[in-house]
Design a binder for this molecule. Structure first.
Ligand SMILES: NC(=O)c1ccc[n+]([C@@H]2O[C@H](COP(=O)([O-])OP(=O)(O)OC[C@H]3O[C@@H](n4cnc5c(N)ncnc54)[C@H](O)[C@@H]3O)[C@@H](O)[C@H]2O)c1
Length: 338
């Protein structure tokens, strides 16, 4: 029997989930969007049912799994209702916008023993997997840099939910930074303490640029920079995007360039300089669509009864780190996470 899926939130990112499901044998049975016109348009395009009330979708016994593609502040409410309705959940990132919600979701998912996955899709790209695989080549990690710059032309600073703290959770640190922090955690482990300094976008209540230091549990120091700046032709692809992680260890330097999310034709790369060999290895693979890889693996794991790759605890970890970085800047203090 194919997996029957519902999509909750039919906006921009739903297109990427839908494209993924269309490359599996899962069936999209219903789309829910609070805007009736959006729900109808999706339903008609997919030849499936649609509703403007996501509770109607969750009531359906023939839908086993849901993709939560609502704006950030609606993740908690929708994901909680989906778990309570016994659904398998793939929840867009960041998992929640408050630490209390993240904690409540971890508790609920563990109580209900539900399959719950957070959609940090970059992890599914072969280049990211190589980045993790090559880490031992550089020996003990000492210091490094996590960078996330995304171009933001002045005329894009509109009034979307993206630019409100209570709806998005933050600015670029939350939107794009959450991906790079998830990759960092996956590859390098926990953070013991952070010190951050954040400049808010004038007239907005969200971060514009962030500088920080993350003291990793393994002893490494990771510097953090994020920004939404209008440098539209800068970066490795001359398109304003500049997202990378670089780690220097006792035996080498590992550098990941991860400049994509909606442009699978761009080919990210990882380089590893190994001191004992005096050589630099390079790995690049693409085009690969990380959303499609993510959804394929989600459907495969659910169908085979396996555990999720990116768990509710992983989602909580990123949410807590983001929360602590904002707190550190507000309090002008180094804050411990242990
Ligand atoms: N993985 C990535 O790289 C990536 C990139 C961009 C966005 N995202 C995430 O995807 C999510 C959606 O972002 P988007 O760009 O598609 O936003 P969007 O604004 O384009 O779409 C969100 C949709 O959700 C609908 N919605 C709002 N409240 C709802 C409710 N109560 N019930 C049903 N539908 C509701 C809205 O009407 C809208 O159509 C966000 O969490 C965002 O952070 C992820």
């Amino acid at each position: 029997m194919p997996l029957n899926v519902g999509i909750i939130g039919g906006g921009n990112i739903a297109s990427h989930h839908i494209r993924g499901y269309q490359q599996t044998d899962a069936k999209i049975v219903m789309v829910a969007d609070a805007q009736e016109a959006v729900a109808r348009q999706r339903g008609e395009a997919l030849n499936c049912e649609w509703t403007s009330d996501y509770h109607q979708l969750l009531k359906r016994d023939d839908i086993q799994a849901v993709s939560v593609c609502t704006p950030n502040w609606m993740h908690f409410e929708v994901a909680k209702a989906a778990v309570e309705a016994g659904k398998i959940v793939l929840c867009e990132k960041p998992m929640t916008t408050t630490l209390a919600d993240a904690e409540a979701l971890v508790k609920l998912v563990n109580e209900k023993k539900t399959y719950f996955q957070v959609a940090y899709m970059k992890r599914f790209h072969p280049v990211m997997k190589k980045f993790k695989e090559w880490l031992p080549l550089i020996g003990t990690p000492l210091i490094g840099l996590v960078r996330c710059y995304q171009p933001m032309p002045e005329d894009r600073w509109g009034d979307s939910w993206f630019f409100h703290k209570n709806k998005a959770g933050g600015g670029v640190l939350t939107h794009g930074g959450s991906h790079t922090l998830d990759l960092l955690h996956w590859v390098l482990g926990d953070v013991n303490a952070v010190t951050a300094s954040i400049t808010q976008r004038p007239g907005k209540d969200i971060d514009w640029v962030t500088g920080g230091i993350m003291e990793m549990a393994n002893g490494a120091q990771m510097l953090l920079e994020t920004g939404w700046v209008g440098h539209l032709n800068a970066g490795p692809n001359r398109d304003g995007w500049d997202e990378m992680i670089q780690i220097r260890g006792v035996n080498g330097i590992l550098t990941l360039s991860t400049t994509f999310w909606d442009r699978p034709l761009l080919v990210p790369s990882v380089e590893c300089y190994v001191e004992s060999e005096k050589t630099t290895r390079k790995f690049a693979e693409g085009p690969v669509d990380p959303f499609v890889e993510e959804i394929k693996e989600f459907v495969r794991r659910v169908t085979n009864g396996e555990k999720p790759t990116i768990t509710v605890e992983d989602g909580y970890w990123v949410d807590r780190l983001l929360h602590t970085l904002y707190q550190s800047s507000e309090q002008h203090a180094r804050i411990s996470l242990i």
